[in-house]
Ligand binder design. Structure first.
Ligand SMILES: [Zn+2]
Length: 497
């Protein structure tokens, strides 16, 4: 063969490759347009959300409602023709509230106060636990210094601002970690948080020690009753509190994630994950947190399948369990799929209710930003989108981050998320159905794009992850959520170089 004809035939091969990748890109654009149109149409997503919230209700991990809802979710994937399976993981312990009640008493007064036990609080006997109720101010060092030795064996009442938005929520988390540390150091029997939600809504707020807590009590008291008690204490009226916390606590047990999967047509070993946690707290029925987004993930799988779209990479649709009790289910996924993590191209989480998506938290990884922008191109009209390139802790991106896998969290307008967070009021009617569809279109488009586009980033090394921890506020965030020890002890995070 003459050199010239050899060169020609080589370049023809190259042209053929370019042509086929161009054809793929064009067909991906067409697929993205079709799935966006489908997500904006009349899909079963809203009916699914109503089933999940109104019928199954609050889905605390370990509850019967949670187990029934898992069975149903599997069936919903399968009814859509999407392969789905449950994947087991181990919860460190069982914690559920059966009931909680309290009475505030003074020499000449007595009134009932609605309370909720805080997750991982100790339980009481049926007669309840009675002790003085003391004013610890805002629970800062000044507040506890004022109590001195009197705090020993007492309930300490913590004044809180009314919660208005997500900033207030993060402040609440940050402060409560410190408040509990001071309370236990002072020998207090239990912490009584003045409810921060309007209209005396009750909610659950994880105690910082998590499952490690054995003996300390923690409750939130409806705002009106707590304010009444505080007024009495501040005029010099001594009070006692009797709290009856009937809890279902138990040892480690198995729970399950639900994983839907659409296998890649040409690169099936490369994986794109979109996930939302499926469990909720149980006072409300977990519509904003996080039923709406779990049903969105299910619907994205359903529409891609229905349209017959064959992505190049495998897409996994993760409905994580155990998130509220310490981000356990998605951690379980990273352990179960440890051997595949090098091949995880992108993992996306959504967990801030139904407010408008305004961009993504990109984890302090500037190298993925151009890819995120490309993935958002087809839905630019639903923007504008601004990426915030910082690592955030508090949802299911956490273990992907500590394993060095590229991860995104949808950044959303707060809308009505804060006041309803983990509260009795987090019900179906709170979900913004219209915005949920727009958000679904955005995430469906991104997911298909990530399943097709060339990627220029890889998995981070252990050294990369350590550098990220050392150069950002990750330590403070992990401490707020009681997760720092898991990183330092090696329970979580990438081990190999
Ligand atoms: Zn959530």
């Amino acid at each position: 063969m003459a050199p010239s004809s050899r060169a020609i035939s080589l370049s023809l091969v190259c042209l053929a490759a370019v042509g086929s990748s161009m054809a793929r890109a064009q067909s991906n654009d067409a697929d993205v347009a079709r799935v966006v149109a489908a997500m904006l149409g009349n899909t079963p997503m809203i009916a699914d959300l109503q089933q999940l919230t109104d019928v199954f209700g609050g889905r605390a991990t370990g509850s019967d409602a949670n187990r029934r809802a898992v069975e149903w979710a599997i069936a919903r994937f399968q009814a859509a023709g999407v392969d789905a399976r449950t994947e087991p993981f181990t919860m460190p312990g069982l914690w559920l509230e059966r009931s909680a009640m309290a009475t505030v008493r003074g020499a000449a007064l007595s009134f009932p106060a609605r309370i909720a036990a805080l997750p991982f609080s100790a339980g009481t006997t049926a007669a309840g636990t009675s002790a003085p109720l003391l004013d610890a101010g805002r629970g800062d060092s000044l507040g506890f210094a004022g109590l001195g030795d009197r705090a020993k064996g007492a309930w300490v009442l913590i004044e809180q601002d009314e919660l208005k938005d997500i900033d207030g929520l993060f402040r609440e988390y940050a402060e409560s970690a410190q408040i509990e540390r001071r309370a236990w150091a002072s020998g207090a029997l239990g912490v009584v948080y003045m409810g921060s939600r309007p209209n005396s809504q009750l909610y659950r707020h994880n105690m910082n020690l998590g499952f490690r807590n054995r003996d300390h009590f923690g409750v939130v008291m409806e705002r009106d009753a707590a304010q009444r008690a505080l007024r009495l204490l501040r005029r010099g009226t001594p009070l006692t509190l009797n709290a009856v916390l009937d809890l279902d606590r138990g040892p480690a047990y198995q729970s399950h994630n639900v994983i839907g999967e659409i296998r890649g047509s040409t690169r099936p070993d490369e994986i794109v994950v979109i996930g939302a946690h499926f469990d909720s707290w149980d006072l409300g029925s977990g519509a904003l947190d996080n039923g709406a987004n779990a049903m969105m993930v299910l619907d994205i799988a359903r529409q891609i399948k229905r349209l017959g779209i064959r992505p190049s990479r495998t897409i996994r649709f993760g409905l994580w369990n155990g998130e509220e009790q310490g981000i356990i289910g998605s951690m379980g996924y990273t352990k179960t799929h440890a051997a595949e993590l090098d091949k995880h191209v992108m993992t996306t989480s959504i967990d801030i209710g139904t407010g408008r998506i305004i961009g993504f938290f990109t984890g302090g990884r500037p190298e993925i930003l151009p890819g995120v922008e490309r993935a958002l191109d087809p839905v630019a009209g639903l923007g504008p989108f601004t990426q915030v390139d910082i690592p955030i802790v508090g949802t299911d991106n956490f273990d992907f981050m500590l394993e060095g896998v590229a991860h995104l969290v949808a950044n959303q307008e707060a809308a009505n998320y804060g006041p309803n967070y983990h509260a009795r009021s987090d019900e179906f009617g709170q979900a913004d159905q219209h915005q949920l569809r727009l958000n679904a279109a955005i995430l469906a488009a991104m997911t298909l794009r990530f399943a097709e586009m060339p990627v220029t980033w890889g998995r981070q090394s252990r050294a990369d992850i350590e550098r990220l921890v050392a150069t950002t506020d990750l330590r403070a965030q992990m401490e707020q959520f009681g997760l720092w020890d898991d990183w330092t002890s090696g329970v979580r995070g990438r081990k190999t170089p």
